[in-house]
Design a protein around this ligand. Structure first.
Ligand SMILES: *Cc1c(COP(=O)(O)O)cnc(C)c1O
Length: 379
């Protein structure tokens, strides 16, 4: 059997474990966020594993992401919360997707699509309580709520949920978190008063789900924690297990004489005779070029430094004069759980001043996703 050059192995048992951590800590049922291909882990297998492990429902950004889950046969409740003006709400209604609404215009389009179909759209009200990103704006709220009450009375919508997203969830003690929750509670009270009550409410993302159980409503809405990455590194790991391990097969091993430069622009020059290896992973695969000269590869028990520029498809490591016992075809771990002392996605993120959300969700489609655990190798 041929194997791929680059593999992202996803441990579905780790994901199930992380779901358990979030449920226990938050005290809430989980709307599991599987947007962006489950943060690069593979939306369909991950969604199935999460539902099997007890996730109550799913959330994504775009309707297309939700429809793809439906097409794969996933029948759980799915909410989609980010819509461009020409988004096809008719498809969302046909696919029984809960449409989270951020404006009167969106509500109007959904009502039109539902009316044209002679059916009701299931919607969640997304309230901007202070993030100032998506969500119904403060100045539009009263009119939105009136429109919604009319739409409900006409039978065009079923009001399933009300939600907001925290601006500073990763600063658990920041007063804005409680203020946002109060604003959402008050918006929910407005809807009740108008006869359009929401059935469920949710606020908490991963950091809040792990540190602010008082913000748990009917559901919590974690993403990154399910993938085993702490949303607040200063607070520790919360018992989460990183689910993705990125490995590559060593493509080539060769000798390099002292004084030779490696890769574009020869930014690294060997100071003595050495041995180098080519790793078939580059920035087109989500290995940041900014990690040039800082990336390491773990092969067996040894960690080897990357040297020279990271290219689109490959980078080079220095095996040392004796070659470190590395052979072509050996498996190099680029990041993983870190338990064996190997590199982690957070190491990458820290080195280039970003967050590991960006690292894992950026691993490209050339990396074959392979699944372990989950009681089923063929998910
Ligand atoms: C991405 C997202 C989440 C999940 O955030 P994490 O920090 O990964 O837990 C929750 N809610 C909304 C609206 C999101 O866009």
């Amino acid at each position: 059997m041929s194997t791929s050059a680059l593999t992202a192995t996803v441990d579905l048992d780790a994901i199930a474990h992380n779901l358990g951590v979030v449920r226990e800590t938050s005290g809430g049922e989980v709307l599991a966020v599987v947007k962006a291909d489950a943060y690069g882990h593979g939306a369909v297998p991950v969604a199935r594993a999460l539902l099997a492990a007890g996730a109550a429902e799913l959330g994504v950004a775009h309707i297309g992401e939700a429809s793809a889950l439906r097409a794969a046969g996933i029948d759980a409740h799915i909410t989609a919360w980010l819509h461009h003006p020409s988004a096809d709400f008719g498809v969302a209604i046909d696919d029984d997707i809960d449409i989270a609404l951020s404006s009167r215009r969106q509500l109007e389009s959904v009502v039109a699509a539902a009316t044209a179909r002679g059916t009701a759209a299931t919607i969640t009200v997304k309230v901007d309580t202070g993030l100032n990103r998506s969500g119904v704006a403060v100045d539009e709220w009263a009119d939105f709520a009136d429109d919604l009450a009319k739409a409900r009375a006409s039978g065009a919508v079923v009001v399933r949920g009300i939600m907001c997203h925290l601006a500073r969830g990763d600063e658990p003690e920041h007063p804005l978190n409680s203020a946002q929750a109060q604003r959402l509670d008050s918006a929910a009270a407005d809807l009740r008063r108008l006869g359009a009550p929401a059935e469920v409410m949710h606020i908490a993302n991963s950091p809040a789900a792990l540190t602010r159980p008082d913000l748990t409503r009917d559901l919590v809405r974690p993403g990154i924690a399910l993938y085993g990455r702490t949303p607040i590194p200063e607070r520790g790991e919360f018992g989460l297990i990183p689910a993705m391990t990125l490995t590559a097969e060593v493509s080539l091993v060769k000798k390099l004489a002292a004084g030779q430069g490696v890769s574009y622009s020869h930014t690294w020059v060997s100071s003595s005779d050495t041995t180098i290896a080519v790793i078939p992973a580059g920035y087109a695969d989500g290995v940041p070029r900014l990690l040039s000269g800082a990336i390491v590869a773990r092969i067996g028990e040894e960690t080897f430094p990357g040297v020279g520029r990271i290219c689109m498809d490959q980078f080079v490591i220095d095996l040392g004069p004796d070659g470190g016992g590395v052979r072509e075809g050996d498996i190099a771990e680029l990041f993983g759980t870190g338990r064996d002392g190997g590199p982690t996605a957070r190491d990458w993120a820290d080195q280039i001043g970003t967050i590991d959300y960006e690292i894992v969700s950026g691993i490209g489609s050339r990396a074959t996703r392979r699944y372990t655990g989950g009681g089923n190798g063929d998910l």
